[in-house]
Design a protein around this ligand. Structure first.
Ligand code: ADP
Length: 161
């Protein structure tokens, strides 16, 4: 069974993330989407909300599991017996950061390897933070995020007035 762990903040999940997971299902039997719980950051959506939104996007795909994890990624991989981490790459700037992250994790363990997938051309400029910024200022995020996320963003920012 080929399993990949796809970690991230997913605050919120975007069309770019969904595309990476769906394409990864062509390579892996199972993809575990792992929402990083970071006590030092205040996310727009809670851990539970992020998990619920992601689960909704993959309700049709039993090969996708959605979890949260805290602490070191390599420790979580060890606990689960997962040896492959999946990340997406959008630009050269992503590469630098991802290279650093993968190298640090490599130093922590040689039991986990990274696999990178290049973004699709229609998704290269999509990031959760830009999507939040557009939504916060009342812009249209249709197509940048799944419909369920667009709705959640509208509700979140309308509630804030
Ligand atoms: P993190 O805070 O760990 O970077 P993100 O939720 O922002 O978490 O991203 C998770 C992963 O998905 C990262 O590898 C990131 O490069 C990748 N990613 C984000 N947006 C896109 C996109 N539009 N296309 C492809 N990969 C993406």
């Amino acid at each position: 069974m080929r399993v990949a762990l796809y970690p991230g903040s997913f605050d919120p999940i975007t069309t770019g993330h969904v595309d990476i997971v769906r394409r990864a299902l062509g390579v892996f039997d199972r993809v575990v989407v792992a929402v990083a719980v970071n006590a030092r950051k205040t996310p727009t959506f809670t851990d539970e909300e992020r998990v619920a939104l992601i689960s909704h996007c993959f309700a049709d795909a039993p090969e996708v599991e959605v979890v949260t994890f805290q602490g070191l990624l390599v420790d979580y991989c060890r606990q689960r017996g997962i040896r492959t981490v999946l990340r997406g790459l959008r630009a050269v700037s992503d590469f630098e950061f991802e290279f650093q992250l993968a190298s640090m994790n490599r130093r922590l363990t040689d039991q986990v390897d990274y696999i990178f997938m290049m973004t699709s051309e229609e998704h290269y400029y999509i990031s959760s933070s830009l999507v939040r910024e557009v939504a916060f200022n009342g812009g249209d995020v249709t197509g940048l995020v799944p419909e369920v996320v667009a709705r959640a963003l509208r509700e979140r920012y309308e509630a804030l007035g």
